[in-house]
Design a protein around this ligand. Structure first.
Ligand code: AMP
Length: 170
C-alpha cells in the first residue's frame, strides 16, 4: 500500500510556512482507511490494550475503529470545555502560547493499559500532554500510534520511554 500517495499536502495551512498533511484523502479511500486500522490492529492485538485514547479530533477517526478491532474501550481526549463530567486537565506549549487537553477523571480505571492514537506527531507537545493525562489516572501507557511523523521536529524526544509506532515519516 503506497500510503504516502494518499496523503495530500496543503502549503501555508492553517498559517504561512506550515505544510499541512491532510489525511482526508486517505480516509476517502476505503482501502486506505482499512489498511491503517488493520496494520495497527495486528501490531497491538497481543498487547492487552484496555483503552485506546484518541486525541481530538483526527485521533478520534482512527482511534475508535482501532478500539473496536482490539476489543478495547475508546476514550476521547478533548479540547477545553467539551467534556461534561469532571476532568483532568493538562496544559502544553504551542509555538506561540499554550493550549490545554482534557480527559474525564473516570475515563480509565487504575492499572488499565492504554494506547494513545493521533494522526500526526509534529513537536510532540500534544501527545506528551496526553501521556500525562493517562499517568494522572494511574494507568499504564503501553504505546503511541501515529499515521505520520514529522521527524525534523524531533517530537519523539518529548514522549515518555514507550514504543512509538508510525506508518509514515517525512
Ligand atoms: P504537535 O503537538 O506539535 O506534535 O502537533 C500535533 C497535532 O497537531 C496533531 O493533532 C496534528 O493533527 C496537528 N498537526 C501539527 N502539524 C501538522 C501538519 N503539518 N499537518 C497536519 N496536522 C498537523
Amino acid at each position: 500500500m503506497d500510503l504516502k500517495s494518499l496523503i495530500r499536502e496543503i502549503p501555508d495551512f492553517p498559517k504561512p510556512g506550515i505544510l499541512f498533511r491532510d489525511i482526508t484523502t486517505l480516509l476517502q479511500k476505503p482501502e486506505g482507511l482499512s489498511y491503517v486500522i488493520d496494520v495497527f490492529a495486528e501490531e497491538f492485538a497481543d498487547q492487552s490494550i484496555d483503552y485506546v485514547a484518541g486525541i481530538e479530533s483526527r485521533g478520534f477517526i482512527f482511534g475508535a475503529p482501532l478500539a473496536y478491532k482490539l476489543g478495547a474501550g475508546f476514550v476521547p481526549v478533548r479540547k477545553p470545555g467539551k467534556l461534561p463530567a469532571a476532568v483532568h486537565s493538562m496544559e502544553y506549549d504551542l509555538e506561540y502560547g499554550t493550549d490545554r487537553l482534557e480527559m474525564h477523571q473516570d475515563a480509565l480505571h487504575p492499572g488499565s493499559r492504554v494506547l494513545i492514537v493521533d494522526d500526526l506527531i509534529a513537536t510532540g507537545g500534544t501527545a506528551a500532554a496526553t501521556a500525562k493525562l493517562v499517568e494522572q489516572c494511574d494507568s499504564t501507557l503501553v504505546s503511541f500510534a501515529f499515521i505520520i511523523e514529522l521527524t525534523a521536529l524531533e517530537g519523539r524526544q518529548q514522549l515518555p520511554d514507550v514504543p512509538i509506532s508510525c506508518l509514515l515519516q517525512y
